[in-house]
Write a protein that binds this ligand. Structure first.
Ligand code: S3P
Length: 178
């Protein structure tokens, strides 16, 4: 088997609440890959939470941090990379990270996304949904982004446990290389 450093990355994209982080950790542990979550990396570097970055530095600064992280992670191999919900919809990020491995988009219905976000126990709110009507905002963002997410290979997560989604991703990757 190729050493971990030579193995192509697995890049997870998809709307907020589709389970990129939870599923990504499961895939990484099952395949013995490293795991990184771009939002976590940005928070660590900025020494601020994502909501603080949006509030204090603005969304543009956050998107620039995503661009910088994409360039940096494009040098790595053997990683499962859980990306922030819009990161791979930026063409420069998609090009940089897409060249390092397989991109998989996790999808869920807006209703499921809303239910999952409501149950999210990280305690960190999503700044893009902090307005008066998060449900309406999810539907609006969902419509805006749906076509762009369709550029990537998609796996539906609605009604599935993260372990099942991880198994599906691994099955797809195995089928691809065999
Ligand atoms: C965002 C999604 C978030 C985070 C930021 C912006 C988006 O990541 O990057 O709040 O624009 O969809 P998750 O998809 O991990 O929630």
């Amino acid at each position: 088997m190729a050493s971990q450093a030579n193995r192509a990355n697995i890049i997870l994209t998809g709307f907020m609440g589709t389970g990129k982080t939870t599923t990504g950790k499961l895939i990484a542990s099952q395949l013995d890959y490293n795991f990184v979550d771009t939002d976590d990396l940005i928070e660590e570097r900025a020494e601020r939470t994502i909501p603080q970055i949006f509030a204090e530095l603005g969304e543009e600064a956050f998107r620039q941090m995503e661009n910088d992280i994409a360039v940096e992670l494009a040098e790595k191999r053997g990683f499962v990379i859980a990306t922030g919900g819009r990161m791979m919809l930026d063409s420069a990020n998609a090009e940089a990270l897409g060249a390092t491995g397989q991109v998989i988009c996790l999808v869920a219905t807006p209703e499921e996304i809303l239910a999952r976000i409501a149950q999210d126990d990280t305690g960190i709110p999503r700044p893009l949904l902090s307005g008066p009507d998060p449900a309406d905002r999810v539907r609006q963002l969902f419509q805006e982004r749906e076509a762009a997410y369709q550029r990537f290979y998609q796996i539906t997560t609605t009604g599935k446990a993260p372990t099942d989604v991880a198994a599906e991703v691994i099955h797809f990757l195995n089928a691809k290389i065999s």
